[in-house]
Design a protein around this ligand. Structure first.
Ligand code: FMN
Length: 219
C-alpha cells in the first residue's frame, strides 16, 4: 500500500474580479459554443490539437486512473474509412434502429446519415475509455471520468476558436477495430474538430436551454 503524501495546494487561478462577474464572462463564452456539422477544410496544427487534449487531460477521474485515450486522426485515408463506416451504421440507425420517439427528437436538428463532415474537418479525435488498465487493473467510474474530460475538450476547443461536434455513431465498435485499439478500450465519442464553413448554419433548436428553476433545486 502506498502511503499518502500531501503538498500545499499549488497556486491556482485567481479571476481577480468578483465571482459573479467572472461567471458572467465565462457564461458568455460558453453559451456561444455550438455543435457544428458544417466544417471548413481549413487546417489546424497538430500543436493546437495537442494543446486541447492537454486541457482535456486535466480532468478529475476515479482514483486518478485517467482512463481516457484520444486518437487524433488527420490522415485523409483514415478519415475516409471512418466516414464510410459511420455512414453505414447511421443508415441502419435511421432506417431500423432508432424508434419513432428518437427520430421525433432528432427531427429539429435535421441530422441524417450523410456524414461528409467526417472527411472535411481537418481532425477527427476519437475518444476511447479504458474499461481496464493496460495491465488488466481496475478502472473506476470510467464513463463519468471520460465524460468530464470530453466536456473540458469541448470547452478548450471553443476557447481556442475552433468548433466541434459530439458525434456518437451507434454502435461505435467499428472505431476500435478500424483504429486497432487494444481490448481494454471502448469507443466513447467521435469529435470532428476544425473551423466552421463560411456558410455554416446550426439548428435553431440547439440554441435553447432550460431555465435555471427547471434544472436546479436549491434547499
Ligand atoms: C452524448 C452526445 C451525443 C451526441 N451525438 C450526436 C450525434 O451522433 N450526431 C449529431 O449530429 N449530434 C450529436 N450530439 C449533439 C447534440 O445534438 C447537441 O449537443 C444538442 O443538439 C445541443 O446543441 P449544441 O451542442 O449546439 O448546444 C450529441 C451530443 C451529446 C452530448
Amino acid at each position: 500500500m502506498t502511503e499518502p503524501r500531501f503538498v500545499p495546494l499549488p497556486p491556482r487561478h485567481d479571476p481577480g474580479i468578483a465571482p459573479e462577474e467572472a461567471l458572467r464572462a465565462f457564461h458568455e463564452t460558453l453559451r456561444t459554443r455550438r455543435s457544428v456539422r458544417m466544417f471548413s477544410d481549413r487546417s489546424v496544427s497538430r500543436e493546437v490539437i495537442e494543446g486541447i487534449v492537454t486541457c482535456a487531460a486535466t480532468a478529475p477521474s476515479g482514483a486518478n486512473k485517467q482512463p481516457w485515450r484520444f486518437v487524433c486522426v488527420s490522415d485523409p485515408a483514415t478519415k475516409r474509412q471512418i466516414r464510410l463506416a459511420a455512414e453505414e451504421e447511421e443508415r441502419a440507425f435511421y432506417k431500423r434502429r432508432a424508434n419513432d420517439e428518437w427520430l421525433r427528437d432528432l427531427a429539429p436538428l435535421g441530422t441524417d446519415e450523410d456524414k461528409s463532415y467526417l472527411e472535411i474537418a481537418p481532425w477527427l479525435v476519437v475518444v476511447f475509455k479504458q474499461v481496464r488498465t493496460e495491465s488488466g487493473g481496475q478502472i473506476y467510474y470510467a464513463d463519468e471520468s471520460v465524460g468530464i474530460s470530453v466536456g473540458m475538450f469541448l470547452v478548450a476547443a471553443h476557447v481556442a476558436g475552433l468548433v466541434t461536434l459530439t458525434h456518437t455513431p451507434s454502435p461505435m465498435k467499428f472505431l476500435a477495430d478500424l483504429l486497432g485499439r487494444p481490448a481494454n478500450e471502448r469507443a466513447f465519442v467521435l469529435l470532428p474538430i476544425g473551423y466552421p464553413s463560411d456558410d455554416c448554419e446550426v439548428p435553431e433548436h440547439a440554441l435553447t436551454r432550460k431555465p435555471l428553476d427547471e434544472i436546479a433545486d436549491f434547499r
